[in-house]
Each structure stands twice: as structure tokens, then as C-alpha cells.
Design a protein around this ligand. Structure first.
Ligand code: ADP
Length: 503
């Protein structure tokens, strides 16, 4: 377990070159590639080793203003572009991503740390699917005709009414570092399909793939200014966008704390906000669960992407009759995972994205240990700069402990036992979060009942973290509001205009 496979084996020219000399990337504003007005740069490192792999501009407020102006100028023309033409460009973006899939996957793996296969299947293919799905939606946006009951129209006339669905305008998309490409695509694709222009602020730890995507989007024929990528720090560039009066809507994915800050900043012009925030998702194993599936599934629900997933299944609730077997099985799964550099072919789990994140996660583990919990597997911080956290299983916890209540965002699972369905429903719902949950059972009746009773935006049955561009995803309670993905995601980027006419 302590042997970490640190040697990257990239195959694309881009990533091979980055390992020799850091990439110098520019921001994308109004169709031009530019440096920051203040001449400031940020650097990004390989999270497995700490080696610098790239630098990119740190946007100042002039840059944010320029991006907003460029988007505002481009948006009306984009909204007037025939929907079929918008669809054609979105589809072309998907095709170009597919043509560059090796490069995009390696770039994401190097910058974020995730294993190459995760970058390829979950991120790049997931992002492509978003562009394809919303290419289809661009031509399907429609209003309604309504027959009102108004009786006071002039004699001989009648009242007719109908609605238009119009783009909300200029959108700020602020995205996190855990799954940069797919989460970016979840905002860009519906926003562009709806006729909005976007100022994208990628996360400071993982800005490179967004910049590469912007190059491909330019090549696909997206008009200048319709997409602008402003790189920089969250509390600076991100906060400026969230507060900007030229922004009509913020689409955010990230932590609940930052989501709250964004809502605060948005007050000035009452811009629309949609938020996909944190979670502490329960994974419930009933006594009749198919354990060969359920144990592996529960392990995957937390260890996939090293637990840096908003819907990660971080609280397992196991029926007392199978508890010992499941706990032992989960520990075996945890101990069997191969840790390494995302670009090493044997790697099953990579490092966390940054030293800061690894420190945060190991702090949670330490405090759980000090509070009396048992670390059944893992628990250690490893690697040349300490960014690897062993897959960790924690038992003997109490419901009010921090490790049970707070989002860790790392490969750390707490396992608890339960006696009956009422008890597990109450425990699962005893959380400020409500993003997702999974139920593992062979009983159709229990699966249906629990999927009604558990308070979460998504319920998976006999699976976890299963995404598709057609499936809405988002939270209730402090996991946020609004839905990404699926037809419903268009609602984030459209306003309804009502026309009422006496004819
Ligand atoms: P983390 O704390 O794990 O880095 P965040 O939720 O803070 O996650 O980050 C998600 C995104 O939000 C990133 O792009 C980050 O730069 C941005 N961000 C951080 N703070 C703010 C803020 N105050 N206003 C707007 N965006 C922010």
C-alpha cells in the first residue's frame, strides 16, 4: 500500500512538453488570447509531485470588466443566431473534443491528479455528452399558448396569451477543481444552447483544461465574446464576477461556504443564482443487498476521484445483520487500491488536488481519531509533498461527530449500523446537506419507499455516482438550488416572458 507509483507516462506531445517546461497559457476575452492587465500570473503544479506544469494570468478587475463587456456585446447576436446554427456549433465542439480526447484527458489528469481512465471516461466523455445533449435542446426551446379567463376585454374582442423563453443574458460560470471539464460543460452547454454569453472562471488549481477547451470552442466557430475565460483567484476574480452588475446570472458549483458568499455578492443587482454545493451523501445497505455488488459499489462511491466528488457516498449505513461482513469487505477494497500518479497506467487512485486539500482531509481523520473513532483502514498521508491520502474507512462514530456531519471531500468513509428502515431514514436525513443518496437492496418495495423518504436531489438504487447528460443533478437543503444536466438545466438560463393580447 505504501508503494506509490509516481512516474507519469504521458503519450501526447502537449503533456510530454509540459513535464519538461511549464505551459504558458493566456486568458480568452472577446475572442483574443491575452495576459492580465496588471501583468500578474498564477502557477499550477502537478499535485502528485509539486512540479510546476503551467502558468496562467491572474485576472484583475479591468480584465473582469472587459470580459463582461465582451459578453454583453456578443450576447444579443448569439441569441438571434438561428437555434440550428447554435446547435451545429455545440455539436462541432463535441466533435473537436472527441478528436482531442487523449490530449484533454492527459491534461486534466496531470493538472488535477485523477487517474487517466477517470479523466477520459468520467470527464472528457461526460463533457462531450453535455455538448451533444444541449445541441439537441437548442432547437427545442419553446413557450406556451395560454387561454386566460380575463373577462373585461372590449366587446367583440378576445384575450390571447403566450409565452416566450428568452435567454437570461450574460452568465458567470464559476466552477471547482474536482471535475473541471465536465462541470464546465454542464454550465456552458445549456447556457450557450439557450442563447446566453458566458464569462467562465475556472478554479485556480485546474484552469488549464478550460483554456484548452476555449481554443477548441473558438475553432468550432463560436463567435468572439460568446465565451470568455477569466482565470484568477476565487476571492478576487470570482467575487468580482459574482458582484458585477453586468452579469445577469451566476451558475456555481463548489463548496457550500463559497456558495453562500456568492449569494451575498449577487444581491446588488439581484442576479439569478444557481448553486450545486456540498454533500454528505448516505449509502444505505439493506440486509438483502447483493453484497458482491454493494461492497464494491460503496467503496467506489467514496474512493472514485479520491472522494473529491460532490455526490461522494461518504456515510455508509449498514444493516446490523451484515455489518461485520460489509466493514471487512470495505476495508479489503480500501487496502487493495493502487495509489499513484494519474498518468501512471497502474494507478487506481491519484493524489488530492493540492497540499491544502490533503491537509484539510487529514485534519478530519485526525480529529475523528481523537474523538474516539476507529480507523479501520488507511488514514495516512503519503507522497513526496503529502498529497496522497490512503483510502480510509472509519467506524465506531457517534452521529454528532464532525466526521459524520461535515463534508470531507476526500477518500474517507464513515460506516454506521442500523436496525430498521425508520431508523436509517432518520439518520440519512439528519444532515444539513441533501445532494444524493444510494440504496442497495433486492427489494423493489424498499427501494421505492426509501427513494421517496430520503431527502436528496438524486437517489441511486444499486449504484452510485451514475451520471448522464439527460439526468438532472442538484441538491436540496444546503446542497444548493437549481439543476444542472437534463432538460431542466435550461431553466437556469432562460426567462419566461408573457405576452397578453386583446385581439
Ligand atoms: P475550494 O474551497 O475547495 O477551493 P470553492 O467552492 O471555494 O472550493 O471553489 C469553487 C470555485 O469558486 C473556484 O473557481 C473558486 O475560485 C471560486 N471561488 C472561491 N471563492 C469565491 C468567492 N468568494 N466568490 C466567487 N467565487 C469564488
Amino acid at each position: 500500500m505504501k508503494n506509490i507509483h509516481l512516474t507519469p507516462e504521458p503519450r501526447t506531445d502537449l503533456v510530454q512538453a509540459m513535464l519538461k517546461k511549464p505551459l504558458e497559457a493566456k486568458m480568452f476575452i472577446g475572442g483574443e488570447w491575452c495576459e492580465a492587465a496588471g501583468g500578474q500570473w498564477l502557477t499550477t503544479v502537478d499535485p502528485a509531485t509539486g512540479q510546476e506544469i503551467g502558468r496562467f494570468p491572474e485576472a484583475a478587475s479591468e480584465d473582469v470588466d472587459r470580459a463582461v463587456v465582451a459578453a454583453a456585446e456578443a450576447q444579443p447576436r448569439w441569441a438571434e443566431t438561428p437555434p440550428a446554427e447554435r446547435a451545429r456549433i455545440l455539436w462541432r465542439i463535441a466533435e473537436l473534443m472527441e478528436a482531442h480526447i487523449d490530449e484533454l484527458s492527459e491534461l486534466e489528469s496531470l493538472d488535477q491528479g485523477k487517474p487517466l481512465y477517470v479523466a477520459r471516461w468520467a470527464e472528457v466523455l461526460g463533457a462531450i455528452a453535455q455538448f451533444r445533449f444541449f445541441a439537441g435542446q437548442a432547437t427545442a426551446i419553446e413557450g406556451k399558448t395560454i387561454r386566460p379567463s380575463i373577462t373585461y376585454q372590449p366587446e367583440g374582442k378576445r384575450v390571447e396569451a403566450w409565452t416566450y423563453r428568452e435567454p437570461v443574458g450574460v452568465v458567470a460560470a464559476i466552477v471547482p477543481w474536482n471535475s473541471p471539464l465536465v462541470l464546465t460543460a454542464m454550465k456552458l452547454a445549456p447556457a450557450l444552447a439557450a442563447g446566453c454569453a458566458v464569462c467562465l472562471k475556472p478554479a485556480e488549481d485546474t484552469s488549464l483544461s478550460a483554456l484548452r477547451l476555449a481554443q477548441l470552442m473558438q475553432e468550432a466557430g463560436l463567435p468572439d465574446g460568446v465565451l470568455n475565460v477569466v482565470t484568477g483567484l476565487g476571492p478576487k476574480a470570482g467575487a468580482l464576477l459574482a458582484a458585477h452588475h453586468g452579469i445577469d446570472k451566476v451558475a456555481f458549483t463548489g463548496s457550500t461556504e463559497t456558495g453562500r458568499a456568492i449569494v451575498e455578492s449577487s444581491k446588488g443587482n439581484l442576479k439569478r443564482v444557481s448553486l450545486e454545493l456540498g454533500g454528505k451523501s448516505p449509502v444505505i445497505l439493506l440486509e438483502d443487498a447483493d453484497l458482491t455488488l454493494a461492497i464494491k459499489g460503496a467503496a467506489n462511491a467514496i474512493f472514485f476521484n479520491a472522494g473529491q466528488v460532490c455526490v461522494a457516498g461518504s456515510r455508509a449505513y449498514v444493516h446490523r445483520s451484515i455489518y461485520d461482513r460489509v466493514l471487512e469487505g470495505l476495508a479489503t477494497e480500501a487496502n487493495s487500491l493502487t495509489l499513484g500518479h494519474g498518468l501512471n497506467p497502474v494507478t487506481q487512485m491519484g493524489p488530492l488536488v493540492s497540499v491544502k486539500q490533503a491537509e484539510r482531509v487529514s485534519g478530519f481523520i485526525e480529529r475523528a481519531r481523537q474523538g474516539g473513532a476507529t480507523v479501520v483502514a488507511g488514514g495516512e498521508r503519503l507522497g513526496p509533498i503529502g498529497t496522497f491520502i490512503q483510502p480510509t474507512i472509519i467506524a465506531d462514530v457517534k452521529p454528532d461527530m464532525e466526521i459524520v456531519r461535515e463534508e470531507v471531500f476526500g477518500p474517507v468513509l464513515v460506516v454506521q449500523r442500523f436496525e430498521d428502515l425508520d431508523e436509517v431514514v432518520a439518520a440519512a436525513n439528519d444532515s444539513k446537506y441533501g445532494l444524493a443518496a444510494s440504496v442497495w437492496t433486492e427489494s423493489l418495495s424498499a427501494a421505492h419507499r426509501l427513494s421517496r423518504r430520503i431527502k436528496a436531489g438524486t437517489i441511486w438504487i444499486n449504484t452510485h455516482s451514475m451520471y448522464d447528460a439527460s439526468l438532472p443533478i442538484g441538491g436540496i437543503k444546503q446542497s444548493g438550488y437549481g439543476r444542472d444536466s437534463g432538460i431542466e438545466a435550461l431553466d437556469n438560463y432562460l426567462e419566461t416572458k408573457t405576452v397578453c393580447a386583446v385581439l
